[in-house]
Design a protein around this ligand. Structure first.
Ligand code: ZN
Ligand code: ZN
Length: 755
């Protein structure tokens, strides 16, 4: 019998359907933890496919490092004593794997085709062979799991070892004879389509252990860095429990990009300038023109030009039109997809979730790829023929499919693992939500890459008003080319000017001056932030979206374009203050990129995992010593950052500060805490603590991020706040903090009516 191991259940199901046709399903376990395996016959051999749940092994510290204390940090860096053990949360999956594997005579690793997939395949082999550890070898086997023994700050610390394991041998019992596991093969496919899967199974290869080691080294390094820096920052600033300050190897340099941009904005000094604009009219059509000089640096110069432009009519002095070719965009890789989709308002993390499910449904190819060049072997025509059955683009797809020769655009990145992201199937029922958006985008981009360039006519119209030259620019799509299908995702290009000739005249409706200021650099949108991360080598195609999401979840950033919170700013500046003299800045993108390069070299077999981990330990040790010398400063910065984030505005009663507080139950509310430096007053009720402020409180929404707007409510005068759902999702919601405000009555009346 042949055992096929995939990374997820849906891939196992799909492969069984493709190879077997007739599939019977066995359910293992019960309730929510149910795991399925799929039995079928492939090439006359009984086969079973089963999906894992991503990684089933993890890197852990020994239990001695479980307690959060500044005392252990040096040891954690110097002798981290890591072990690679079975993930306790995968127990049900592995019990199912044991049952499904019974009697197997061959093993096929069919995990995703990338670095993490290679490591997951390696994990499965270790477990099947009985070489995987079930707990850290230096830990005593746990007798019984005690409730509430997990300790605080578990999230970044080593989770407890798998519960309920027997004493003695720390290895998981073998599931198959070593000889069977040694004969394993690896299949690699880029799309869950019959063509790809059949071809992969017809020509299997072997697991690439170097590639798996590269992924494994990332786990080791990220665990040490994350645990040490998170614990240091949290303990230094007395933030425990769910409020711990998460610091990550890639996360911090990413936060730095956002914070640096914000600090640039704050340091920006706007410079005033003036513009002169005029509104013209001809044959009932209006046209806006601007002074040909553009910006005037002084008011005097602007005034003089305005005085010179007093006339009833404007005369056309020149009209130029120049056609320009706009080439079709290159094929999609992960970054380009995320960036394009975020332009339509879908966050990178959501794009990747939608793309992942489209892949598992066999609608698009594997969405984690750097490649922007279609390999010659790719069946472009097959995809086009399929798309001819998808109504929104049917005509274009059919026309291209019938074309004798297909020419595609190409990008600058060529890799051999996966093709660029392209559609491989057509949905049987209508898609909805993010899936519909991402599928539409992938399909249109694919067609665009096979269509010719667009020809855009750039237009320039020069007129004279009095003595002063003015001009207007416009454009017209002369030949749509790829815009035939991609216009909704491309820059707007159809803004034609009226067709006139030199000597023609317009009537002047209005000439006026506008006073303006130069603008600070704009904040990163989520799309450009992802692109910047790729450019600097921060993270990988598989991790970037999650890293950004994490910044939102930890309350370091908010909104889109991405704006840091004061806590986020404090974290980065605290690092800066401490690490000024560090030989390598551990929160810089150079450092992160250096480790990424070393991981690439592991996958090429040029470096070993322990060498790269040791290098990273050294960098971390330097940094930690410097941080340790600045503990008081770090504490003060974080405290004041948090305080600013939590101040909503001024109390209407007493002029004190209205701040977000948390009650004993963890519920948040707004309360007046009095003025800065105010002495606490004697309590109104005997026995209570003396308090600052006037005693005013308001309930607050319990979900989402709350930020001050700086405005006060027009109805009642209390501060207005903004509430945004987690992850910059959803529309921000501005409301008055006063629960009894008349504006709420209106709001309630409106919502009542609409329901
Ligand atoms: Zn007050
Ligand atoms: Zn109000």
């Amino acid at each position: 019998m042949r055992l096929i191991v995939t990374e997820k259940d849906s891939a196992a199901r799909k492969i069984a359907d493709i190879l077997g046709g007739k599939v019977s399903v066995t359910e293992h376990g019960s309730g929510r933890q149910k795991v399925k395996s799929y039995q079928f016959v492939y090439e006359d051999e009984d086969s079973v496919a089963i999906g894992l749940r991503g990684h089933v092994m993890q890197t852990v510290f020994p239990n001695t490092y479980r307690r959060w204390s500044l005392k252990y940090l040096g040891d954690m860096i110097e002798t981290p004593d890591l072990a690679w053990v079975v993930d306790g949360g995968a127990a049900t999956t592995l019990a199912a794997l044991r049952k499904a594997a019974k009697g197997a005579t061959s093993v096929v690793i069919a995990t995703d085709y990338d670095r993490e997939g290679e490591l997951i395949g390696h994990e499965a082999l270790q477990i099947l062979r009985g070489e995987a550890l079930k707990r850290h070898p230096n830990d005593k086997p746990e007798k019984k799991k005690k409730a509430g023994s997990a300790g605080r700050g578990r999230a970044a610390a080593a989770p407890p070892a798998s519960p309920g394991l027997e004493t003695g041998d720390p290895h998981v019992k073998a599931m198959l004879p070593a000889a069977v596991v040694d004969r394993h093969v690896r299949v690699r496919y880029s799309a869950l389509t019959p063509e790809e899967v059949n071809a992969a199974f017809a020509k299997p290869s072997t697991v690439d252990f170097n590639l798996a080691e590269a992924a494994h080294s990332r786990q080791d390094i990220d665990l040490i860095w994350g645990a040490v820096l998170t614990r240091f920052m949290s303990l230094a600033s007395y933030r425990y429990g769910s409020d711990y300050l998460s610091v990550g190897r890639v996360q911090s340099p990413t936060l730095r990009l956002v914070v640096d941009r914000e600090l640039e904005r704050r340091a920006f000094v706007p410079v005033p300038y003036w513009e002169i604009k005029a509104t013209l009219q001809r044959e009932g059509e209006k046209l806006e023109v601007a002074h040909a000089k553009g910006r005037f640096d002084t008011l005097e110069a602007a005034d003089a030009a305005l005085a010179g432009a007093q006339a009833e009519t404007a005369e056309v002095t020149a009209y130029k039109a120049r056609p320009r070719k706009v080439p079709p965009p290159p094929p999609f890789n992960t970054t380009a997809l995320m960036s394009a989709a975020s332009g339509t308002g879908v966050s990178p993390a959501r794009v990747m979730r939608a793309a992942e499910s489209l892949y598992l449904d066999g609608l698009i190819s594997y969405p984690r790829t750097d490649n922007t060049v279609y390999p010659p072997s790719l069946d472009l025509r097959g995809s086009l023929q399929a798309l001819a059955g998808w109504q929104p683009v049917a005509t274009t797809a059919a026309r291209l499919a019938a074309q004798e020769k297909l020419t595609s655009s190409r990008g600058s990145k060529r890799t051999t693992d996966h093709p660029p992201i392209y559609p491989v199937g057509v949905p049987k029922k209508e898609l909805s939500g993010d899936q519909a958006r991402v599928y539409d985008l992938v399909v249109r981009r694919f067609l665009a890459t096979l269509l010719p360039a667009a020809v855009i006519e750039g237009q320039r119209l020069d007129v004279r008003i009095g003595e002063e030259p003015f001009l207007a620019r416009g454009s017209r799509v002369a030949t749509p080319g790829f815009l035939e299908v991609y216009e909704k995702y491309a820059a707007k290009r159809d803004r034609p000017l009226p067709s006139v000739e030199p000597g023609d005249t317009f009537s002047v409706l209005d000439v006026h001056q506008e006073s303006k200021e130069t603008q600070p650099p704009s904040r990163y949108g989520q799309g450009p932030l992802i692109e910047k991360m790729e450019e600097l080598g921060l993270g990988t195609k598989a991790t970037r979206a999650d890293i950004i999401q994490h910044l939102y979840d930890r309350n370091y950033v908010r909104d889109n374009p991405v704006e840091p919170t004061e806590l986020g700013v404090a974290l980065v500046t605290a690092f800066d203050a401490a690490l000024q003299k560090a030989p390598v800045d551990i929160t810089s993108s150079e450092m992160t990129a250096r480790l990424e390069t070393e991981m690439d070299r592991i996958s090429e077999g040029e470096l070993r995992r322990d060498e790269v981990v040791a290098d990273s330990q050294q960098m971390l040790e330097h940094a930690w010593k410097l941080l340790d010398g600045h503990i008081a400063d770090i504490r003060e910065r974080i405290k004041s950052g948090v305080r600013e984030d939590l101040t909503l505005g001024e109390c209407k009663n007493c002029g004190g500060q209205l701040r977000v507080l948390r009650g004993k139950t963890g519920k948040r509310f707004a309360a007046c805490v009095g003025k800065e430096g105010e002495e606490p007053k004697a309590p109104a009720v005997e026995g209570e603590r003396p308090r600052r402020g006037c005693g005013q409180t308001f309930p607050l929404p319990q979900r989402g991020t709350i930020t001050p707007t700086g405005n006060t409510c027009g109805e009642c005068g209390w501060p207005e706040i903004k509430v945004v759902g987690g992850g910059g999702r959803g529309r921000p919601w501005v409301l008055c903090v006063d629960i009894d405000c008349p504006s709420k009555e209106k709001y309630r009346a409106r919502t009542k009516k609409s329901t």
